[in-house]
Design a protein. Structure first.
Length: 283
């Protein structure tokens, strides 16, 4: 596995890789966990050459968010990316990606606005801008993202479509800990107690799924099941619990066929998001 920082070097290496086969790309902010590694393994199994980027993107963090304390574990990330089959690990510098005088950003207007967009204004502008730059430089055949960041994958899908990127996008299932907690680099910042309590998020989403299996279709009732379980944990706050259309993310009043149930919570000093797809069982 080659480890490089320079944009020109990445372009050179990928030019030659492209002439020999397909290129897969997994963008990350590091602190790699099993979720990232499973994306990398899938990407490597489906394409000839795997490029992984590692960049904690300042543009996607709000002024009061956790950019400074976001986990940075470069040495172990190198080993993990290598063991998951990466051919190229690209660690760009902030000054190369956002040089002085940098002015252009990408805004995906509608789908960036609800849910995360309300609580993290400008977050998706930061995400779409960096992903557009990374795609522009790497020009991969396939981009691999995790379902845990559901709205992010909707925003990026829309951007790829709107800006005519030639990359295909794959969204892979969320990897979970034994108790169901979605794997996230931010889990490392949970205290022992908060870590224990954080499992409620998945349990609450599962409770909603069971309720749908038992026949409930009303969005308010489904959401209420989730919020009342979340409220049973002292100190836990939630930003939103929403039952939405799987593509537009518009809120639904009733579950008609399939939907996505999205939630964001604060536990200790850590903000976590998760989601599950809900589908009406066939008779
Ligand atoms: O999901 C992430 O880790 C980030 O939002 C991404 C896609 C790497 C962009 O910085």
């Amino acid at each position: 596995m080659r480890v490089v920082s320079s944009i020109n070097r990445v372009r050179q290496i990928l030019k030659s890789a492209r002439s020999n086969g397909t290129i897969a790309f997994v963008p990350t902010m590091g602190a790699l966990h099993e979720g990232h590694l499973s994306l990398m393994k899938k990407a490597k199994a489906e394409c000839d050459f795997l490029v992984v980027s590692l960049f904690v993107n300042p543009l996607q963090f709000g002024p009061t968010e956790d950019f400074k304390v976001y986990p940075r574990e470069l040495a172990s990330d190198r080993k993990k990316a290598h063991s998951a089959g990466a051919d190229l690990l690209w660690i760009p510098s902030e000054k190369d990606l956002y040089p002085p005088g940098f002015q252009s950003t990408v805004t995906v207007s509608k789908i960036s606005q609800p849910w995360e967009g309300i609580f993290r204004p400008d977050h998706f502008k930061g995400v779409s801008t960096i992903v557009a730059k990374l795609l522009q430089i790497t020009r991969p055949d396939r981009l691999y993202l995790g379902q845990k960041d559901y709205q992010q994958s909707c925003v990026i899908r829309q951007m790829i479509r709107d800006l005519h990127f030639e990359t295909q996008m794959r969204v892979c299932a969320t990897c979970r800990e034994k108790d169901g907690l979605a794997m996230s680099s931010r889990n490392a910042r949970l205290s022992t107690k908060a870590r224990e309590n954080a499992a409620i998020l998945y349990r609450a989403l599962q409770a909603a799924k069971n309720q749908v299996r038992s026949g409930e279709r009303d969005a308010k009732c489904i959401i209420q099941t989730v919020t009342s379980l979340l409220e049973s944990i002292p100190g836990l706050k939630y930003d939103y619990v929403a039952l939405c259309d799987i593509e537009t993310l518009e809120p639904l009043e009733r579950l008609a066929d399939c939907a996505v149930l999205l939630a964001a919570i604060h536990i200790g000093r850590v903000r976590l998001i998760d989601n599950i797809r809900l589908k009406i069982p066939k008779k």
